[in-house]
Design a protein around this ligand. Sequence first.
Ligand SMILES: [Fe+2]
Ligand SMILES: [Fe+2]
Length: 398
Amino acid sequence: MKVGFFGGTFDPVHKGHVIMVEDAIRLGHLDRMLVVPAGRTVHKPADRVSSAGMRYMMCYMAFTDVRRVEVSRIEVLREHGSYTIDTLRELKATLTGKDRLYMVCGADILFDILHWRSPEAILREIRILASLRPGHDRIEMESRAHELRKRFGADITFFEARQADVSSTAVREAVEHSLAITEMVPPAVDRFIRMAGLYGVDDPLESLDLDQQERLRAAERVLLAHMDPERLSHSLLTMTTAARLAADHGQDVYSAALAGLVHDCAKHLPPDDAIRYVDPGDAATLAEPQLYHGPAGAALAPAWFGIRDPLVLDAIRYHATGRSDMTWLDLVLYLADKAEPSRTYLGSDAVFEQARKDLAGAFLFSCEGLQEHLASRGKTMHPDTNAAIERLERSQLH
Ligand SMILES: [Fe+2]
Ligand SMILES: [Fe+2]
């Protein structure tokens, strides 16, 4: 089987990437393709590049409908930056003797590759499948390939991909200037960029210092190791929504972002496992297995993410129910979880808009909807939610 490796920063992935991958497969050069978003980028400062989770998510969305393509987490899971040769060798080791690994790239890479780490090893060990674009000078490319073949025994094949006049830089600039990017990226990526507020001018996460960004990225790696794409997307969007709400209310953006990112960290645990973390006297929670992940997440977050801040841990514990004495972060996380932009129930936008102005009011408003929803299914409100409503209603009267 011919397996392609297509690596990059993908910040963001765009239609040019998708077309190149589609054409490499369509033209019969490959049977299978691994798209590999880079983890920590070796050449670019970390705070200039979107997080690995965000870039992975966009790649996942861009390629989810493209047959024979898989988006790999091999690099985004790494704590330290990695060089292409290391990833290629690691991938090669997982293939069978009959498989052949090809590095897929733009043909202009041939002029650049000698500046990479261990270029000789790449050229000797890995086949190269280089896409020629209409702008490329074919003769120049061929003569360069000839030279590399002669010097290193390189195996280079060219293929002609359709043209797509787009770059990640152009996408980022368009978003920054509030221009449409419909022509530049797949629709799902367009939606995700807007939902997560990526590349925008007033991203509250930009205000975090390097150490805080680093800690968020470390937490994200833990989630990347076990979360499915859907839950990861929800976690990232809860993070950006919580950060936005904290910024709107002049509260600590970092705590909100961290709580938003990890709040569902225990959701993959089987109920039999998660129930151990529920207070044995809390009959109402014990009766609802889908609520176990709140207390379980709060109990596991110190070990998994090094979180010790009781404000953050309590917000995780009560994120699905609320509680009598809700802190600002309890409210922010509860609302961000309920109203992050991929939520599609009726009224989620209104909850978010109200939360930007009035957290307590938005909580009470969202509970009205919840009450109706539960009543329609013959269920009643959790006592902690009732306690929260009572308390907030009383405080609003004063
Ligand atoms: Fe949850
Ligand atoms: Fe959630």
